[in-house]
Design a protein around this ligand. Sequence first.
Ligand SMILES: Nc1ncnc2c1ncn2[C@@H]1O[C@H](COP(=O)(O)OP(=O)(O)OP(=O)(O)O)[C@@H](O)[C@H]1O
Ligand SMILES: [Mg+2]
Length: 330
Amino acid sequence: MALPLLEIRGLTVQFYTARGVLPAVQDVSLTIGQGEILGLVGESGCGKSVTALSILRLLPPNARIAAGQVLLSENGSGRDLAQLPEQELRSIRGARISMIFQEPMTALNPVMRVGDQIGEALLAHGLSHQREARAAALDTMRQVAIPDAERRIRQYPHQLSGGLRQRVMIAMALICRPSLMIADEPTTALDVTIQAQILALLAGLRERFGLALLFISHDLGVVSQIADRVAVMYAGRIVEHGPAREVFAAPAHPYTGGLLRAAPSLGSEPRRRLSAIEGPVPSLAELPPGCAFEPRCELRAPECSVAVPELIEAGPGHWTRCIRAAPRNS
Ligand SMILES: Nc1ncnc2c1ncn2[C@@H]1O[C@H](COP(=O)(O)OP(=O)(O)OP(=O)(O)O)[C@@H](O)[C@H]1O
Ligand SMILES: [Mg+2]
C-alpha cells in the first residue's frame, strides 16, 4: 500500500439526545494512503458522514468524539487532528484536507458568484489579492472541466445544472491543492451519465495531483468503479475492509454480500432479481449485544449474539468482523 496519509484509529463518536447517548460511530479504524481512493459504503444511518465530519471536527454540537485518533502524516510530520487546537485545525480544513459535503445546495451560497466561492478558500488561507484568487478560480474551473469558464465564473449557483454545481464544489475543494479530499455522496443526486463524468473527473484529479480521496457512497456499484480499497460500515462499525477487487469478488461479511446482491450491476449472478436485505437496520438506542447484523443475517449462529466479533483477516489485507468467515487459502 502507499505510504499512509491519514490514519483513523479507534474513532468513537456519540450523540447526546433526548433518547440517551447514541453510539453513532464505534471503534472505527481506517487508513488512507497517499494518492489512494478509499470507498466508504453502507446503508443510510450507518455512520459514514459522522466518520467523515469527525476527521475535520465539523460535527454538530450534540456530538462528542469519545475516543480515537486522526493522524495526518505530511512532509515527515504526524499530527493528531482530534487533539489539535482549533486555530491549527483551521489551517488544515479546506487547505490540506478538503470536503465535499453531502448536501450540495446547502453547501453553496446562493447569492455569491461561483468564481468568488471557489476563490474564497485561497483568501481564507492567506492569499490577499482578489485578482489572484479569481485567476486561480478560473484555472481550477478549467481543471474540473467546466466549459466556458470565463462566463461561468460570474454566474450564481441557480444558473448551473446539477452536474456543473458538483464541479464547482469539486473546484472549491481542489483550489488549495489538498492532499486529501473527502467526498460525501458526490454523485448521488446526479443522473447516471453525469455520475459517470464526475467519477471520471475525480479519478483524473487523483492521477494529475496525486490526491487521495475518501469516497463515501451507499452505492456499491459506484464505489466499485473508483475505489482502490473499500470499507463497509454497519450500525457505526467497520464490518469489512480490504482491496476493492477482493471485497467485491469474495465478500467476507454477509452484510457486504447482501449489499452486493442488492446492487444493480454487481454481484456474482447479475441476472438474478434484485434482493434487498430483509429486516430493518437496528436502532442505535438499542443495539444488540453481539453482532449488530445478526438479526438480519442468513448465516447467524447462536454465538453471534454473545459479543461483538473482532476483526479477523479473511485474506491478505482483507478483514471482516464475522465469526463465520474462515480464513481463505489464497
Ligand atoms: N445531530 C444528530 N443527533 C443525533 N443523532 C444523529 C445526528 N446526526 C446523525 N445522527 C445519527 O448518527 C447516525 C449516523 O449518521 P450518518 O449521517 O453518519 O449516516 P450516513 O451513513 O452518512 O447515512 P446517509 O447514507 O443517510 O447519509 C444515524 O443513526 C443518525 O441518525
Ligand atoms: Mg451521510
